[in-house]
Design a protein around this ligand. Structure first.
Ligand code: SF4
Length: 360
């Protein structure tokens, strides 16, 4: 694990010890959560950040010291900074988008449980995250500030128990790995006790934003509930660090397969070289590139959205040039909750058709 000497330029290294740094609870409770905190990082007066104040009234900020250490806070164009620092465009609502473009709320038989596809469902167990990603497609939850509640989760468990076609449960949020080991043990144990639930899955960004959370104890706990799969979200090659690689390796050694679901983000990973480096990096740390999502039309996220053709052209070039093991499926989650639409490189298919015609 990295030590204090390796930390980024905007952190005050005198304010913590090496053992603080490696303690996920310290990292979590020392997240930057206010305008004052952001001003302190940038070394500017709070008054100079008034355009962010309005954003924070709508969409809160949270950034772990670890994630802050990965970039230069003063560089406005940094692809990691852009994922976590507020941007006035988030509240230019005339740019379009809706709070819930996938209409998840419509498919909730009980509060917090999305049951859209017959064989699986998704449980929102908390709205809290280690870092609030500005491109998040569930930003609406931050405003509601949904906290973990045993009673609320028990209602979900009761629904799952009386719905035998559900063979897989995705535990999501927010980020479920911001909960304590005790709560996670109870959540996973409650689901594992239901006979028809064969597979559990956790959606989490902590390997990327708070890798210290992946402790020996957490891995031992998760191992008890296999088959358990974990999906995370690396969006940029610089997020692959010795710490994040170590977290993924610990999970893999515990028998928890780790897959990645990136989001295509304008100016962050929407160019061939960056995406290639990200995919190569994931392969190197044995994380499977699973999906690349077209960014959803979420309110306050428009400045991150690219034209679908940007992704198509990039995927086509990747398809022709990199190993199939590194290739994610490029998909659009269709608005209105009509499911995922996969996009294949068209010219590849038309080339193939032409080739097949010469063969037969
Ligand atoms: S960790 Fe996931 S749920 Fe949380 S803000 Fe980021 S994308 Fe959204």
């Amino acid at each position: 694990m990295t030590n204090k000497a390796d930390k980024g330029a905007c952190l005050n290294k005198a304010s913590f010890t090496d053992s603080d740094w490696t303690n996920w609870k310290w990292q979590f409770s020392n997240r930057v959560r206010s305008l004052n905190g952001l001003a302190g990082l940038l070394g500017v007066p709070v008054d100079s950040l008034s355009s962010w104040e309005d954003v924070l009234h709508v969409y809160p900020v949270a950034i772990s010291p670890y994630y802050l250490s990965l970039f230069d806070c003063a560089d406005e164009s940094d692809p990691l900074r852009r994922q976590c620092f507020p941007d006035p465009r988030e509240i230019h609502f005339s740019l379009g988008g809706v709070d819930d473009p996938l209409e998840e709320e419509r498919d909730m038989p009980v509060p917090g449980l999305i049951h859209r596809y017959s064989d699986r469902c998704l449980a929102i167990v908390t709205a809290t995250c280690a870092v609030y990603c500005r491109h998040c497609n569930r930003k609406r939850l931050w405003k509601e500030n949904v906290k973990f509640s045993q009673r609320r989760f028990q209602t979900m468990v009761d629904y799952i128990a009386r719905t035998p076609e559900l063979r897989e449960v995705i535990i999501s949020g927010g980020d479920p790995l911001t909960l304590s080991d005790e709560k996670l043990d109870w959540i996973l144990g409650s689901l594992r006790a239901i006979k028809h639930v064969e597979v559990l899955r956790i959606g989490t960004r902590v390997p990327v934003t708070l890798p210290m959370r992946v402790t020996k104890e957490l891995c031992a706990l998760m191992k008890k509930y296999r088959p358990l799969w974990l999906n995370t979200q690396f969006n940029h090659p610089r997020e692959i660090t010795p710490d994040s690689a170590r977290a993924c390796e610990m999970l893999l050694e515990s028998g928890i397969p780790v897959s990645n679901q990136s989001v295509l983000l304008k100016g962050i990973n929407d160019d061939y070289e960056t995406m290639k480096d990200l995919l190569y990096g994931l392969e190197r740390i044995s994380v499977r590139p699973y999906y690349l999502f077209q960014c959803d039309p979420v309110r306050g996220v428009d400045h991150f959205r690219t034209d679908i053709w940007v992704g198509m052209e990039m995927m086509e070039k990747l398809w022709h040039n990199i190993s199939g093991l590194c290739l994610p499926r490029f998909v659009l989650d269709s608005p209105g909750g009509r499911g995922k639409i996969p996009f294949q490189p068209f010219s590849f298919l038309s080339d193939r058709k032409a080739n097949l015609q010469t063969l037969f």
